[in-house]
Every structure is written in structure tokens, then in C-alpha cells.
Design a protein around this ligand. Structure first.
Ligand code: GLU
Length: 477
């Protein structure tokens, strides 16, 4: 193990969404590439947004995707517990240190007072920030109010007019000043820390070497650097990942249920395709290559190849990539992953060898797993013919095709493709029919669809015995 230690730190507010998956994946890839450790930490300090079951969901999603973490809630590790609500004493201890050193102060302002302050500042066109009225209370007054157990928060005293310069491994040198920095709340009145205090304290005690997180946290970095300084700790390295954008370049919202990883998997996207696709949301390899297995990504991934610019989420590309993996993964694997969709659609399962033939044919033309089940319907649970199709099939011309095949199709397997091709040609010549006149009655008879796969595929899947039965079933004279 190297000293590289990275953490994925989701808040358990619902399902894992694609943006979260991208962060988790980059953490994982970076840890595996460098021989470091990948840590899962649950940031559940915002009790109002806590969703029961979300932690279990997150862990299960990561496991399903094969992103194993080395330390975390269920995996254990030397720096646990890995759930922030179980680490409250630690945050209180560090907040006390900040109070003692004068870097933090209690603030007794009520939410009404703060709302009024905000309104007044907005009305005057000023930057909205806490006006520090509680910083100016006398030590005696503070003491008295604390003794009266007045509800309060603990705020960080930000330095005035200070510039924070740091190097972001993706963005390069960044400089930000504190003019726009509020005196951040560190501990809330419910005794829970805010993200800022908890993340800094945990990143320190968990010995995180690289903080890899979304670009939306870039503006918080000066506050975090200041916290490290006040607490007397060295800061980690910073890695802010580019935003993920909709095709119209608006920000991809994580609250849209449709972007949860679970919903993509349920729709029948393959985890291999999803991981490959998400890996390319901001990262690219040394050449134009686009298809990577997880192992290959672990080998090739580097932070130097992560872009600064926002990554556009292109669903058409995900579909294309899923199609590639539908054909690339082992046939048995695709078949077994398609099974739930057969069950859901109420399609009876055939013998395994027939199933594999259907899946082999289907995956050539399907994008998503459920399409395999829909494709199989014409073989396993064909719909009834419509009155128009019945009429067509009853015409003397269609009947001549049906009867010719019933008379000439061999009855014993196997029927090699060349022989079938020859048979199809002979039938055409003897009946004097071609194109639609010839193929449509045949397809209607065999699969109850006017269009469909090539005849060798149809015969191969049905088998000669069933094909004969279906043809005979369509005798109308
Ligand atoms: N809990 C934060 C989030 O879910 C984590 C941000 C970070 O990685 O520091 O966005």
C-alpha cells in the first residue's frame, strides 16, 4: 500500500446518482492505480436530509458495480467509525480547540434574526454574509448565555482580506480571497457539525492524501484551508472534478430521480457500460479509445488526463456503449442478466440452448437488456395473428408457400445454413415467387410477425420439429 488514501464521502440522501458514481469511480481508479486505499465515509450530519435505507443502498450499489472499498462502514478499518453521526465527540473536541484559540465563536442569532439580516443586506445590494454581531459580545455575556443554555451555533472566524493560494491537481494554481467568505457555521444548534468541520476533521484523522470531489466544492476550499491552518494540520492535495452537464450545458441535477445509478441498471443498462461511460465523463485515455474494462481503467487512469471543462452527458453515447457491451460480454452472462426481464414480461423460458440462440440473435440488434425479452416474444409467446394477417395467410399464394415448406423442410436436425439457403432458393424457383410474396407468409406462419430475423435464424431457434408444427397449424385448405 502506498500513502495514497482517498475517500468517497456521500451524504445518504437517496440513491447513488451518476455524479456521485463518477466521484466514487475516480477515487477507486486513482486508489487502484497508485496502490493506495479507497475509503467510504458516510456524511450524515444533515439530519433534515437523511433518508432511511440510503446508506445500505449506497453500499449495495458500489458493491454491485464492483467498486470495493478498503475501509468503510461495513468493511471496517483503523480510522473508523466511518459514519459521521458516530463521530460527534471528535467534532466537538476540535470545535472546542477552535473556540479556545479564538478562531471560532458562539453565535446566538435566531433564524429570524438571520433572515432579517439577509433581507437588509439584499435591499442595500450588499454581499450576504453574517455581520458578526455575536463576535462582538462581551466574554461575560457569552458566558451567561451559554450557562442559560441558549440555543447557539459555533462559527469559524474567517480572516479578513486574506488570499488563499493552492494547487488543484486538475485546475492548476488557484487563488481566492476571503472577501466573499462568510463566517461559516461549524457546529449547528442540534449539536451536529456542518459538512465543513466534519469533512476537514475526518480527512485529517483518516489521513486522506487527496480530496477528490466535485467542482461545486471548489469555493469552499479557502474555508477548509483556513480550518487546517487553525487546527495546525497540513492540508491534503485538492482535486476538483469538472461538472457534469446536460447536452444544453445546464448542470445535471442530482435530484432528478432518473439519474440514479439504480434506475439505469433497472432500465437494463449494463454495469460495465455504465462504468465505462462514467469514466469518460471528464477523463480520456492516451488515444481516442473509448472502450475500457474496469481493470483496464485501473491500469490507465491518471488525474493528469482529467479535463477542467464540464463533461457533457450524452445519453446516445451511453446507448451506443451499452450496445457494444451487449455484444462483448459472454453470451451466458447476457442471457442470465436478461432473465429478470423475461420474468417481468411473463415470457416463458425455453431450454437453455434455445435461450442462448435467442440471446445471440437478439443482442446483435438490441441496446438494452429488456429488448432481449421483447425480441424473444415472437419465438416464445407469439401474439395472435390479426384478422388482416389471417386473411393474407389464407390466400392461395401464401398457402402455396406454407405447404411447400411443410412438404420440403427436412424433419431431422441439423439443417446446415447452406442447405437451408439452397432450400429457400429452390422454393422461390418452384413457386415463382420472391420478396415479400415469399417471405411474409413464411414469417407470419413461423413467428406471427411480417418482419423479423433472417430465415436461418428463425429455423435455428425454432428447430425443425416446431417449425413443422407451426407450418401445419397454418394450413387453411
Ligand atoms: N458529502 C459531500 C457530498 O455528498 C461530500 C463532498 C466531499 O467529497 O468533500 O457532496
Amino acid at each position: 500500500m502506498t500513502d495514497v488514501r482517498v475517500r468517497f464521502a456521500p451524504s445518504p440522501t437517496g440513491f447513488l446518482h451518476l455524479g456521485g458514481l463518477r466521484t466514487a469511480l475516480y477515487d477507486y481508479l486513482f486508489a487502484r492505480h497508485t496502490g493506495g486505499s479507497f475509503i467510504l465515509r458516510i456524511e450524515d450530519t444533515d439530519r433534515s436530509r437523511f433518508v432511511p435505507g440510503a446508506i445500505e443502498n449506497l453500499i449495495e450499489s458500489l458493491r454491485n458495480l464492483g467498486l470495493d472499498f478498503d475501509e468503510g462502514p461495513s468493511a471496517g478499518g483503523a480510522c473508523g467509525p466511518y459514519v459521521q453521526s458516530e463521530r460527534l465527540d471528535l467534532y466537538h473536541r476540535e470545535a472546542r480547540r477552535l473556540l479556545e484559540s479564538g478562531h471560532a465563536y458562539p453565535c446566538f442569532c435566531s433564524s429570524e434574526t438571520l433572515a432579517k439580516m439577509r433581507e437588509e443586506q439584499q435591499a442595500k445590494g450588499e454581499f450576504v454574509k453574517y455581520d458578526r454581531r455575536c463576535l462582538n459580545l462581551s466574554p461575560e455575556e457569552v458566558q451567561a448565555r451559554l450557562e442559560r443554555k441558549e440555543p447557539h451555533v459555533i462559527r469559524l472566524k474567517m480572516p479578513d482580506g486574506r488570499k488563499f493560494a493552492f494547487t488543484d491537481l486538475i485546475r492548476g494554481d488557484v487563488e481566492m480571497d476571503t472577501a466573499q467568505s462568510d463566517d461559516q457555521v461549524l457546529l449547528k444548534s442540534d449539536g451536529f457539525p456542518t459538512y465543513h468541520l466534519a469533512a476537514v476533521v475526518d480527512d485529517h484523522y483518516m489521513r486522506i492524501s487527496h480530496v477528490i470531489r466535485g467542482e461545486e466544492w471548489l469555493s469552499s476550499t479557502p474555508k477548509h484551508l483556513w480550518l487546517y491552518e487553525c487546527l495546525g494540520w497540513p492540508a491534503p492535495l485538492w482535486v476538483h472534478l469538472p461538472l457534469i452537464l446536460n447536452p444544453d450545458r445546464s448542470k445535471l441535477s442530482k435530484r432528478v430521480g432518473d439519474v440514479s445509478v439504480e434506475s439505469y441498471l433497472q432500465k437494463g443498462y449494463l454495469k460495465e457500460a455504465l462504468l465505462n461511460f462514467v469514466a469518460l465523463l471528464g477523463w480520456h485515455g492516451a488515444d481516442d479509445r473509448e472502450i475500457y474494462s474496469l481493470e483496464e481503467l485501473c491500469r490507465e487512469f491518471s488525474l493528469e488526463r482529467v479535463n477542467k471543462a464540464g463533461a457533457v452527458f450524452d445519453l446516445a453515447k451511453l446507448d451506443w456503449m451499452n450496445g457494444i457491451y451487449m455484444r462483448k460480454l459472454p453470451l451466458e452472462e447476457i442471457a442470465s442478466r436478461a432473465l429478470p426481464y423475461f420474468h417481468a414480461a411473463g415470457i416463458p423460458l425455453p431450454e437453455q440452448d434455445v435461450l442462448l440462440k435467442i440471446v445471440a440473435a437478439a443482442r446483435e440488434r438490441c441496446t438494452l437488456l429488456p429488448e432481449i425479452a421483447s425480441y424473444s416474444r415472437m419465438f416464445l409467446a407469439p401474439r395472435p395473428l390479426t384478422p388482416e394477417e389471417e386473411e393474407l395467410l389464407g390466400t392461395p399464394q401464401a398457402q402455396s408457400v406454407v405447404h411447400w415448406f411443410a412438404d420440403n423442410l427436412p424433419t431431422s436436425e441439423p439443417l446446415p445454413k447452406e442447405e437451408l439457403d439452397a432450400l429457400v432458393k429452390t422454393g422461390m424457383a418452384e413457386l415463382g415467387l420472391k420478396g415479400k410474396d415469399y417471405y411474409t407468409p413464411l414469417r407470419l406462419a413461423l413467428i406471427h410477425e411480417p418482419h423479423g430475423p433472417e430465415l436461418p435464424v428463425i429455423f435455428g431457434i425454432l428447430g425443425l420439429e416446431r417449425a413443422h408444427a407451426l407450418l401445419r397449424d397454418k394450413f387453411r385448405r
